[in-house]
Write a protein that binds this ligand. Structure first.
Ligand SMILES: Cc1cc2nc3c(=O)[nH]c(=O)nc-3n(C[C@H](O)[C@H](O)[C@H](O)COP(=O)(O)O)c2cc1C
Length: 320
């Protein structure tokens, strides 16, 4: 799956066409340390709120940590103010990321309804302003992640993509849904194909990629330069190595899960590390049919060794 120099973003060679999607609260430094072992072509941060930088949010310093091994690494920023985005991008560019990405696709009410994320799709003039400010003031390539439009009656993905290209955007990632769809319905790969046909900069296709077959299919339909993978990477990080969930042994999964927990504790400390690790459990394992009491014990476990032991037991029973 991974080839040498599959495509370039600006001057940066990208060595695999499989890309880790940004996911708020999930693609943090410890998770990216896990994922880097599978060598995705680009690793995105979770989105960074420009307000958090400007207001010295206590979590901000932790949120922007990344390691050399995570390169090519992209910081993603969201806000509705071009000047706040610029200030944050200038600060983040001092950390020497490979790319700065602007979120133009988040569908969450708290983000989109204040004109950030997918809200920006309704304001092409503001997109021009953001790209102009960033490309004039940064040396790092600027990229964007979009959806197809606000809703079915405002599918402006082609005009937005061309505008992005005209104003110096170095790559576009496209989640093939509208803001209104959220995560419902099928991702529209044909629309992503249309974008790819109409711009010269690299395009990443995103949405409804759950298996190695899906990767082949989305490339066939869209002819995109790369495939951005989100939730499937949480369930099966091996997807970046071209392996489906069933092709990975129980021991491999247990080792990874155990490593991930250790990294969370090292990075966030024992208490926070354990609490923050809990949200990954439902991706690693199907625990929906375990009893309420068992699940509650799992989520309230304060001893990492006992937590690992319970998770190993569940994994074993699910396999056998
Ligand atoms: C929990 C969660 C958090 C997300 N956070 C972000 C984010 O911070 N920035 C962003 O551009 N997209 C975000 N997304 C969207 C994903 O990057 C991706 O576009 C979407 O999940 C569809 O891809 P998938 O089907 O491969 O998961 C998030 C998605 C999920 C499920």
């Amino acid at each position: 799956m991974a080839k040498d120099n599959v495509f370039k973003v600006g001057d940066i060679p990208i060595k695999s066409n499989l890309i880790l999607a940004p996911m708020d609260g999930l693609t943090d430094h410890p998770f990216r340390e896990i994922i880097k072992r599978f060598h995705p072509g680009i690793i995105f941060s979770e989105f960074i709120n420009a307000y958090d930088y400007l207001n010295n949010h206590p979590f901000f310093p932790q949120q922007i940590v990344f390691s050399e091994e995570q390169r090519p690494f992209a910081y993603q920023i969201f806000d509705n103010s071009p000047y706040r985005i610029l200030q944050t991008a200038l600060y983040l560019s001092e950390k020497n990321p490979d790319l700065i990405d602007i979120n133009m696709g988040c569908s969450a009410k708290t983000v989109a309804s204040r004109g950030a994320g997918a809200g920006l799709l309704q304001e092409p003039q503001k997109i021009k302003q953001i790209l102009t400010l960033l490309t004039n003031n940064l040396t790092v390539p600027v990229t964007a992640k979009i959806r197809l439009g606000w809703d079915d009656t405002s599918l402006n993905y082609l005009s937005i993509s061309k505008l992005l290209e005209d104003y110096g955007c170095a790559m576009i990632s496209v989640h093939g849904r509208t803001k209104k769809q959220g995560y419902q319905g099928k991702a529209n790969w044909d629309a992503i194909a249309e974008i790819k046909q109409n711009v010269k900069i690299p395009v990443l296709a995103n949405g409804d990629v759950n298996s190695v077959d899906d990767i082949q299919n989305i490339i066939k339909v869209t002819n995109c330069d790369g495939v951005m993978i989100g939730r499937a990477a949480l369930r099966n990080p091996w997807i970046f190595s071209g392996l489906d969930h069933e092709q990975v042994t129980l021991k491999q999964r247990l080792d990874l899960l155990s490593n991930h927990l250790d990294l969370m504790i090292q990075f966030y400390g024992l208490e926070s590390g354990l609490i923050l690790f809990r949200k990954y459990i439902k991706f690693y394992l199907d625990i929906s049919n375990l009893g309420k009491e068992f699940r509650s014990n799992l989520y309230n476990q304060n001893d990492p060794l006992k937590l690992k032991s319970s998770l190993f037991t569940i994994m074993n029973t699910q396999i056998n």
